[in-house]
Design a protein around this ligand. Structure first.
Ligand SMILES: [Cu+2]
Length: 182
């Protein structure tokens, strides 16, 4: 009996590893996916999105790949007691069943490194998200100052928005030892 279950498990796991896993069959829904417009000369970009889990069990975002970039990592921004913001590498981000996890400025984000040609503003960049259960989901990320849905709305960025942006950029540069040609 045990062997049967084990065989079944292996079979299930191998199903998840199939590259052609259709995203339609997935319980995971992606929304508001965007990449922060890149400053001139930058090779690092931050990606944000909302992940909703419509399934009955928890899933985990465990990796990502962005077109035109060397790699994409999962990061979390935290602020310590002295108000210093830090970047933390994460092995995964859990999405509990029935919940939406937001990767947003000041918190979780995709850290896209080694961008070969800076992403053009207002273009769409294909990003493949890798989930423990749902497999891979490839979806376009809008390059701008916020998700596409809000893009045509009044441009009134709050102080926090801009502050978060600048500090995040600074911290990234420090952490990844980015060299810019300025
Ligand atoms: Cu980061």
């Amino acid at each position: 009996m045990k062997t049967c279950i084990q065989v079944l498990r292996i079979f299930c796991v191998s199903l998840f590893l199939l590259p052609a896993t259709p995203s339609l069959a997935s319980d995971i829904m992606i929304g508001n996916a965007w990449i922060r417009e890149m400053p001139h000369g930058a090779e690092v970009a931050a990606g944000y999105l909302d992940i909703t889990n419509h399934g009955a069990v928890a899933d985990r975002l465990i990796g990502a790949e962005a077109s035109g970039a060397m790699s994409a990592m999962l990061h979390q921004m935290t602020t310590d007691d002295n108000g210093v913001m830090r970047m933390r590498h994460l092995e995964g981000i859990e999405i509990p069943p029935g919940e939406t996890m937001s990767l947003a400025p000041g918190g979780y984000h995709l850290m896209i490194v080694g961008v070969r040609e800076p992403y053009e503003a207002h273009s769409d960049i294909e990003v493949t998200l890798i989930f423990e259960h749902a497999g891979t989901i490839t979806t376009p990320f809008f390059v701008g100052h916020h998700a596409r849905a809000n893009h045509d709305a009044a441009h009134s960025p709050t102080m926090n928005h801009e502050q978060g942006h600048n500090m995040e950029q600074m911290q990234h540069d420090e952490n990844h030892e980015q060299t810019t040609d300025d």
